[in-house]
Design a protein around this ligand. Structure first.
Ligand SMILES: Cc1cc2nc3c(=O)[nH]c(=O)nc-3n(C[C@H](O)[C@H](O)[C@H](O)COP(=O)(O)O)c2cc1C
Length: 364
C-alpha cells in the first residue's frame, strides 16, 4: 500500500498536546493497515469518523477531539426547516469556517425542496460535505417524518437525496439505520438508490429505528451492505475498544468506521484506533490524573467558547464520563452535579488530581 498521507496539522497538534510521536514508534515509519477514505475529492486519513451526536458534538468538542486522530467530523444534526428561520443557535451550528477540516454538516427533514435549500445554505457556510440524516429515531424528529421515519418511504428518501445532490457542488453523504422495524430492513435498497443519485458515501448504524439503542449493532448487516455497494461504506455501532474496532472493520470490509458514545470521556480510544490504522501498537490509556487534566482543558475550552451558563450544565455529563474508572468517582460526580460555577467545578477536579497524585507518591 506504500506510505499513506497523515494529516500533518493533526500530527503536529497531537504531538504538541501529549508529547506523543516521540515514543517507541516514529510517525509514518510503519505501513498503514488500512487505506484512506475517499469522499469525492476528499482523501480522509485516517478513515476514522466522529459520530454526530446532538447536544454533544458541538464545534468546541469536535475541535478538541479531532487532534486525537479523527479523519472526519460531522456536526450535530440541523433541521432543514429551522434553517428557514436562521436562529442564532442554528447559525452557530452550521458555521464551519474554522480549523476543523474537512467537516460534514448534517441535515434532517422530509421535504426534498426544503432539504435542497438547506443544503445550499450549509454549503455556503463552509460545509465540505453535506450529510443527510435517515437515522434519528427520536420521536420529536420522526413525528414530522424526518430522520429514520424517512425509511418508511424509500421513494421519498430517493427524492430527498437527488434534490440535495443536485443543489450543491460538494459531496453529499447519507447516514441511516437498518430500517424502521425488523420487518422493514430497507438499508440495501435505500443505499443503492443513494448510489444511483450520486451520494458519495453511506454510513450505516446497524440497528433499526424501533431498537433505539437497545440490543447490539449487527455488523453482519454492515458487511452485507458493503458487498452490495460500490461507493464507500462507513460502519457504525458499539465500537468501544480499539482491537474490536479493527476486527469489525476487517471482517465487514468497510472503508471507514464511525465512533460515537465510547469516545465521550475517552478520546484516547480515537488515538488507539488511529495507532492501529497507522500500523503501530495502540498506546495505553493515560493514567487517571492525566485524564482529569484533559477534562479540565475540555471544561475551560467550553466555558471560553460557550460562556459559563451554557458550558456548566453540558460539562456535568462530560465530567461524569471522564471520571469513569477514577478512584472516588461517585463522590466527585455528586459534587459536580450540584455546582453551578465553572471555577468551583474545576477546583473539585483539581483536588481529585492532587489526591490521586498524593496516593501514588505514598504507594511508591
Ligand atoms: C446523544 C446522542 C445524540 C445523537 N445525535 C445524532 C445526530 O445528531 N445525528 C445522527 O446521525 N446520529 C446521532 N446519534 C447517533 C450516533 O451518531 C451513532 O450512530 C450511535 O450513537 C451509534 O454509534 P455508537 O455505538 O458508536 O455510539 C446520536 C447518538 C447519541 C448517543
Amino acid at each position: 500500500m506504500g506510505s499513506q498521507p497523515v494529516n500533518p496539522a493533526c500530527r503536529a497538534r497531537l504531538a504538541a498536546l501529549r508529547g506523543w510521536g516521540q515514543g517507541p514508534y516514529s510517525w509514518g515509519a510503519m505501513p498503514p493497515t488500512v487505506a484512506p477514505l475517499k469522499i469525492g475529492d476528499h482523501q480522509i486519513w485516517p478513515p476514522l469518523v466522529l459520530a454526530p451526536m446532538s447536544g454533544v458534538t458541538n464545534k468546541t468538542m469536535r475541535a478538541l477531539y479531532k487532534p486525537f486522530g479523527l479523519g472526519l467530523t460531522v456536526t450535530e444534526f440541523v433541521s432543514s426547516n429551522a434553517l428557514k428561520y436562521g436562529s442564532k443557535r442554528t447559525m452557530e451550528m452550521i458555521d464551519q469556517h474554522g480549523l476543523e477540516k474537512p467537516v460534514a454538516t448534517q441535515l434532517w427533514g422530509d421535504d426534498p425542496v426544503t432539504m435542497a435549500a438547506a443544503a445550499k445554505v450549509v454549503r455556503e457556510c463552509g460545509a465540505d460535505i453535506v450529510d443527510i440524516n435517515f437515522g434519528c429515531p427520536a420521536p420529536k424528529v420522526t413525528k414530522t417524518h424526518g430522520g429514520s421515519a424517512c425509511l418508511r418511504d424509500v421513494d421519498r428518501c430517493e427524492e430527498i437525496m437527488r434534490a440535495v445532490v443536485e443543489a450543491v457542488d460538494c459531496p453529499v453523504t447519507m447516514k441511516m439505520r437498518l430500517g424502521w422495524t425488523e420487518d422493514q430492513m430497507v438499508y440495501v435498497d435505500v443505499a443503492q438508490r443513494a448510489q444511483k443519485v450520486g451520494i458519495r458515501a453511506v454510513t450505516l448504524h446497524a440497528r433499526t429505528a424501533r431498537q433505539f439503542y437497545k440490543g447490539s449493532a449487527n455488523w453482519e448487516h454492515i458487511k452485507r451492505l458493503k458487498q452490495n455497494l460500490d461507493i464507500p461504506v462507513i460502519g457504525n455501532g458499539d465500537l468501544d475498544d480499539a482491537h474490536l474496532a479493527m476486527t469489525r472493520m476487517r471482517e465487514s470490509g468497510v472503508d471507514a468506521i464511525m465512533l460515537g458514545r465510547a469516545t465521550l470521556g475517552n478520546p484516547w480510544l480515537i488515538s488507539q484506533i488511529a495507532d492501529l490504522m497507522e500500523g503501530r501498537e495502540a498506546r495505553p490509556t493515560p493514567p487517571p490524573a492525566e485524564r482529569l487534566r484533559f477534562c479540565i482543558v475540555h471544561y475551560r475550552r467550553m466555558v471560553d467558547e460557550l460562556g459559563e451558563k451554557r458550558a456548566v450544565p453540558q460539562m456535568r455529563r462530560h465530567v461524569a464520563l471522564y471520571l469513569k474508572g477514577i478512584p472516588g468517582a461517585a463522590v466527585i460526580r455528586e459534587q459536580i452535579m450540584r455546582i453551578d460555577r465553572a471555577d468551583e467545578a474545576i477546583r473539585v477536579i483539581d483536588d481529585a488530581i492532587a489526591r490521586i497524585e498524593d496516593a501514588a507518591v505514598v504507594a511508591a
